[in-house]
Ligand binder design. Structure first.
Ligand code: HXC
Ligand code: NAP
Length: 282
C-alpha cells in the first residue's frame, strides 16, 4: 500500500548504513520507489551486491560500498565514493547495528566493544563524516538514527546495545540543538519488535522468548517493516521540516504498557475481576 504521492523523495540521495539486510534493505526499497537515489553500506559485499541488484529492478539509482562503520577511514572512503557517484548526499540513515542477548557477567569486553563500536561509534563516524561536509558546503540535511524501544530507558540482557542506543538518542538530541542552525535536522526512531532475520535470530532465539515478547505489546502483534518504512519516509521527507530532535516510538504501545504501574492486571481473568468487584461491594 503506497500512502505517499509518487516521487515524493525525488531529489534526495539517502545513505543507509546496514542497507543490505532487514529494515535497512526495506527502507532502501521504499525510499527508492518514491524517487530517492540510494547508497548502502555494510561489511558483506555479496549481500550489498544482491540487494543493489534487486532494487535496481525497480528503476532506482543505487550504489553500494563495503564498509565497517567502526573504522573512520573506511567510512570516509565510502562517503567519498558515494559523493563521486551522486554528487551529494541529502540524508543519512544510521541503521547498522550489532546486538544479542546475554547475561552481562558472561560478556567479554570484546563483545561489549563490538556492539558499542558498531552502534554508537559507527553512528558518530558516519554523522561526523557527512555532517561536517554539509556544514562546509552550507547545504543542510537530515540524519535519521534507528534506536530501540529501550534506548531511552536502558534494559538488562542487552546492555551493550542499550548503552549504545541510548548514546545514539543523546547524540540525536544534542546535535539537533547544535547543528539546527546549519539546516541539519536530527531525528530518531525507537522501534519495538519488527521481525527480521538479524534481530530475531539473536534476540528471540526460542519460542518461549518470542511468546513473552508479544504478550507485552498492547496490540498483541509485532510491527511490520512497511509500517517502519512509512514512518521513516515521512521523517526524511519535506513534509515535516520543523521536526528536529525528536525520538519517535513505533512499538504498538509496548513502551507505555511497561511504564503503567497497573498494566500487569492484563493477566487477570473475568472470574478474577468478578471476585475483585465483589470485594468492592463489601
Ligand atoms: C555473547 C557474543 C555473542 C553472543 C558474539 N559474541 N556473539 N558474546 N553472546 N551471542 C562475542 C564474541 O565471542 C566476541 O568476543 C565478540 O562478541 C565479537 O564477536 P565477533 O563475532 O568477532 O564480532 P563481529 O564479527 O564484529 O560481530 C558483531 C556481532 C554480530 C554484534 C557479535 O552479532 C553481528 O555481526 N551482528 C550484526 C547484525 C545484528 O546484530 N543484527 C541485530 C540487530 S537488532 P570474544 O571475547 O570471544 O572475542 C537490534 C535491536 C533489536 O539491534 C531490539 C529489539 C528486538
Ligand atoms: P539486521 O538485518 O541484522 O541489520 C543490521 C545491519 O547492520 C546489517 O545489514 C549488517 O550488515 C549491518 N552492520 C552490522 N555491523 C556493521 C558494521 N560494523 N559496519 C557496517 N554495517 C554493519 O537487523 P535489523 O533488524 O534490520 O536492524 C536494523 C536496525 O533496526 C538496527 O539499528 C536495529 O538496532 C534496529 N532495531 C531493530 C528492531 C527489530 O525488531 N528488527 C527493533 C529495534 C531496533 P553486515 O553484517 O553485512 O555488516
Amino acid at each position: 500500500m503506497n500512502i505517499f504521492r509518487d516521487q515524493v523523495l525525488h531529489g534526495k540521495t539517502v545513505l543507509i548504513s546496514g542497507g543490505g539486510t532487514g529494515l535497512g534493505r526495506e527502507m532502501a526499497i521504499g525510499f527508492g520507489k518514491l524517487g530517492a537515489n540510494i547508497a548502502i553500506l555494510g561489511r558483506r559485499e555479496e549481500i550489498l551486491k544482491e540487494t543493489a541488484a534487486d532494487i535496481m529492478k525497480f528503476g532506482t539509482e543505487i550504489v553500494y560500498s563495503k564498509c565497517d562503520v567502526r573504522d573512520p577511514q573506511q567510512v570516509k572512503n565510502s562517503v567519498e565514493y558515494f559523493l563521486q557517484q551522486f554528487g551529494s548526499i541529502t540524508t543519512l540513515v544510521n541503521n547498522a547495528a550489532g546486538n544479542f542477548i546475554s547475561r552481562t557477567e558472561d560478556l567479554s569486553l570484546n563483545a561489549f566493544n563490538a556492539v558499542v563500536g558498531i552502534v554508537l561509534n559507527g553512528t558518530v563516524n558516519l554523522t561526523m563524516e557527512v555532517g561536517k561536509r554539509w556544514i562546509h558546503e552550507k547545504q543542510g540535511g537530515v540524519v535519521l538514527n534507528i534506536s530501540t524501544i529501550y534506548g531511552p530507558t536502558g534494559s538488562g540482557y542487552v546492555v551493550p546495545s542499550a548503552v549504545a542506543k541510548s548514546g545514539v538518542i543523546s547524540l540525536t538530541r544534542s546535535l539537533a540543538a547544535e547543528w539546527g542552525k546549519f539546516g541539519i535536522r536530527h531525528l530518531a526512531i525507537a522501534p519495538g519488535i519488527v521481525p527480521t532475520e538479524g534481530a530475531m535470530s539473536r534476540l528471540a532465539p526460542t519460542d518461549d522468548i518470542k511468546k513473552m515478547l508479544i504478550q507485552r505489546i498492547p496490540l498483541k502483534r509485532y510491527g511490520t517493516m512497511e509500517e517502519l518504512v512509512n514512518l521513516a519516509t515521512f521523517l526524511i521527507s519535506d513534509g515535516c521540516t520543523f521536526l528536529n530532535g525528536d525520538v519517535i516510538s513505533i512499538d504498538g504501545g509496548e513502551g507505555l504498557w511497561l511504564s503503567g504501574q497497573f498494566n500487569f492486571l492484563d493477566v487477570l481473568s473475568d472470574q478474577e475481576w468478578e471476585a475483585i468487584k465483589s470485594l468492592r461491594n463489601k
